[in-house]
Design a protein. Structure first.
Length: 427
């Protein structure tokens, strides 16, 4: 753990280094580019080869799609308690999603002119759900579940062939994923984005993943829509003297255990005593975690305990960092939240752990990382909806505004643009 104090001589340079973080290392982009190129030219053959190379699974065209029997068997294996938890979380995610649906509208801002917006759900969306040692079951609800609430006609999913957890398959069935492909990593993203003999191309690819998944999404942007270029998970906790050190430590560890070793967990406080208390709690709680070795990879380079002069400075630092997850554990959290300019999601008060947002609070947990919250939002229902503007002129309205259109056409040396208006109104 790194401890920084506002009166340290290198405090600002340390902060600048903290702010400057990338979503993935440069080598990931080169590897992803090679994978994309192979999938583009070889189709299914590349997917089969990569499944054996990266996931040690022998795929065929016949078993690339998870069968209905496999899904049913997975559902039977899952406990009733786990099913109830997934169902309740989905309902809560769905309620929030439906409440944020954009509504089509029209208005007449001046006589004879009608303008508005039409919102239409996408036809086919692909979700990527990581597997392996930490199957992200909740990501099914926070991607495919929101797409379903938005009215997307067809949702397909990819999850690594070696890590298809029963809960992941159950959640996919619950939210209405039509087809599940036994594909992982960057080659799964490429398959959905480009299409192959077996995998039909989608309009948008969403969902979390490792550095190679993120790099692949970035490289394919434009050929397909994506949600975010999101890097390793991160949390920043703003804590005043009233914060419970055990709560702060638990929340820092919740992000450190994700597994890449590149996660960041930051506490900012105006109380110097809080630094030592939280440090001791992190070490105590870490020793009780089943994934202690994974957490150790983050502690040395990714956990920062920072002391600033006052809470105003804490909020300024938090806004500059623009965290994926921001917690405010303070006596008046709503007051300080008003001062935060950029964050993926804000969690208010000591009784709101970030993990509630990860699983069941309602808003999507697919959020911007690596300071991209300065300019990007998290996944939402509108992420799965096409916006189309609507314009209608009457003859009288066009006669009033034809000269404006003509003059802009002349200014921009686009005479045909101007004529398209004047030909209608000049006899």
């Amino acid at each position: 753990m790194k401890k920084l104090y506002f009166n340290d001589p290198d405090f600002q340079s340390a902060l600048d280094a903290l702010y400057n973080r990338a979503p993935f290392p440069p080598e990931a982009e080169k590897a992803a580019a090679d994978i994309i190129s192979a999938v583009r030219t070889e189709g299914d053959a590349a997917l089969i080869r990569f499944a054996e190379k990266f996931d040690r699974i022998k795929l065929t065209k016949e078993n690339m799609i998870v069968s209905k029997e496999e899904i049913s068997e997975a559902c039977r294996k899952l406990s009733a308690a786990d099913k109830r938890a997934i169902k309740q979380a989905f309902e809560q995610v769905k309620v929030f999603a439906k409440a944020t649906l954009p509504l089509s509208w029209t208005a007449s801002p001046r006589p004879g002119v009608t303008v508005g917006e039409k919102f239409t759900p996408m036809d086919r969306v692909g979700v990527y759900i990581p597997g392996g040692t930490a199957p992200l079951v909740s990501s099914v609800l926070h991607t495919a579940g929101i797409a379903a609430a938005a009215g997307v006609k067809e949702i397909v999913g990819c999850t690594p062939p070696g890590g298809m957890h029963p809960a992941t398959l159950y959640a996919m069935k619950l939210v209405g994923v039509k087809t599940i492909y036994r594909l992982g990593g960057a080659y799964a993203v490429a398959a959905m984005a480009l299409g192959t003999e077996t995998v039909k191309k989608v309009e948008k690819v969403v969902g979390p993943g490792n550095a190679y998944v993120t790099a692949a999404k970035k490289l394919l942007y434009g050929e397909v829509a994506i949600d975010l270029v999101a890097g390793p998970s991160e949390i920043l906790v703003v804590a005043d003297k009233t914060a419970n050190p055990a709560f702060v430590a638990a929340d820092l560890l919740s992000q450190a255990e994700h597994g890449s070793g590149l996660e960041q967990a930051v506490m900012v406080t105006d109380c110097p005593d809080m630094i030592g208390k939280v440090e001791a709690e992190v070490l105590r709680q870490k020793a009780t975690l089943p994934r202690e070795q994974i957490v150790d990879k983050v502690l040395d380079k990714g956990v920062f305990l920072i002391c600033v002069k006052n809470m105003d400075d804490a909020c300024e630092l938090a806004g500059n960092y623009a965290p994926e997850h921001l917690e405010i554990q303070a006596a008046t959290p709503a007051k300080w939240a008003k001062k935060i300019r950029s964050a993926g999601a804000i969690f208010l008060g000591s009784w709101t752990p970030e993990s509630a947002g990860d699983f069941c609070a309602g808003p999507s947990h697919v959020l911007p990382t690596a300071s991209s919250a300065h300019c990007f939002n998290g996944l939402e229902t509108s992420s799965f909806i096409r916006r189309t503007s609507i314009v209608k002129y009457s003859e009288a309205a066009l006669r009033r505004e034809a000269e404006i259109i003509e003059r802009f056409g002349n200014m921009e040396m686009l005479a045909a643009h101007g004529r398209a208006a004047t030909i209608r109104v000049k006899k």
